[in-house]
Design a protein around this ligand. Structure first.
Ligand SMILES: CC(C)(COP(=O)(O)OP(=O)(O)OC[C@H]1O[C@@H](n2cnc3c(N)ncnc32)[C@H](O)[C@@H]1OP(=O)(O)O)[C@@H](O)C(=O)NCCC(=O)NCCS
Length: 255
């Protein structure tokens, strides 16, 4: 799991070059509808923040030049707020890789090797998604996942390996939208549960996942190379499994 820059590197994600060739995602229909909702929210959020920043700059002007304030010749028209338009797309091919790597590297203390990215993207291309700033044609958010058989019950476990949103685009629900898209894709592919690890100090990510129904499953002591503990977070995808498991897991996790 991706972590913040000041911290160590995850143990997950063994490098490999094997796997199927990446192809276009079929999950863009989910992506489309989710993206529209999120993009609307982005628009509203951006408008509010732009409006408040405009109003604070206007009040700054008026306090420093009150004599010219009422002169219509001196009035400065407020700038038109630029609202980022976000597109959510599935991973398609390696032409997207550089943008994804640059984004994720910003939040890692040590970069993953290119083979780690390929391990995930080549084998599970339909479980990775990008958020693009449409106007800049730039990748500003990414989620990378896998799905594997798990345990004796022949269940399938989804795994969120990387999640990162570019700093200036955070707190606009882009991260939640990407997580939601990945959850839907993994459920569609047969996931019974979805897990991830994150540093126990990463309160922003933990809040995001708890809000989406994940629970704290385990505390993994000194999990990262820098000695920091991790929480393993888990989402049950089958309601009939959830009740008993949730109770037994939550009661065993240190805060
Ligand atoms: C964690 C991260 C992915 C969140 O992305 P985001 O797009 O800003 O998140 P969202 O806007 O969807 O936030 C959803 C919820 O997460 C929580 N959250 C996210 N950022 C937060 C912040 N800075 N402070 C407090 N809560 C925060 C809140 O509960 C928020 O819900 P709210 O808007 O109702 O308060 C982003 O901060 C990031 O890329 N961090 C660096 C990399 C990282 O830590 N990745 C996760 C590794 S497991």
């Amino acid at each position: 799991m991706t972590k913040s820059k000041s911290k160590g590197k995850s143990k997950s994600g063994t490098a490999s070059t094997s796997g199927a060739k990446a192809g276009p995602s079929k999950d863009t229909s989910i992506a489309g509808s989710t993206a529209t909702l999120a993009s609307n929210k982005d628009t509203i959020g951006s408008s509010i923040s732009s409006i408040s920043s405009i109003s604070s700059s206007i009040s700054g002007i008026s306090s420093s030049s009150s004599s010219s304030k009422n002169d219509p010749k001196n009035s400065i028209p407020p700038p038109v707020p630029s609202i980022p338009r976000i597109d959510y797309i599935g991973y398609e091919s390696e032409h997207q890789l550089q943008g994804m790597v640059s984004l994720i590297e910003n939040d890692l203390s040590e970069p993953y090797s290119i083979y780690t990215y390929r391990y995930f993207l080549h084998q599970w291309p339909k479980l990775s998604f990008l958020a693009m700033d449409k106007d800049k044609d730039k990748c500003i958010g990414v989620i990378v996942c896998r799905l594997e058989p798990h345990g004796r019950m022949k269940s399938n476990r989804g795994y969120i390996a990387m999640l990162a949103i570019s700093k200036e685009y955070r707190k606009r629900r882009i991260g939640s939208t990407l997580v939601l898209m990945a959850i839907e894709a993994m459920k569609k592919a047969g996931a019974d549960e979805i897990v991830l690890e994150t540093e126990y100090t990463n309160t922003n990510a933990i809040a995001l996942y708890l809000q989406m129904g994940f629970i704290k499953d385990k505390r993994l002591y000194r999990y990262y190379l820098n000695g920091i503990d991790a929480f393993r977070l888990k989402l049950f995808c089958k309601p009939e499994l959830e009740g008993a498991d949730r109770a037994s897991h939550e009661s065993n996790v240190a805060p």
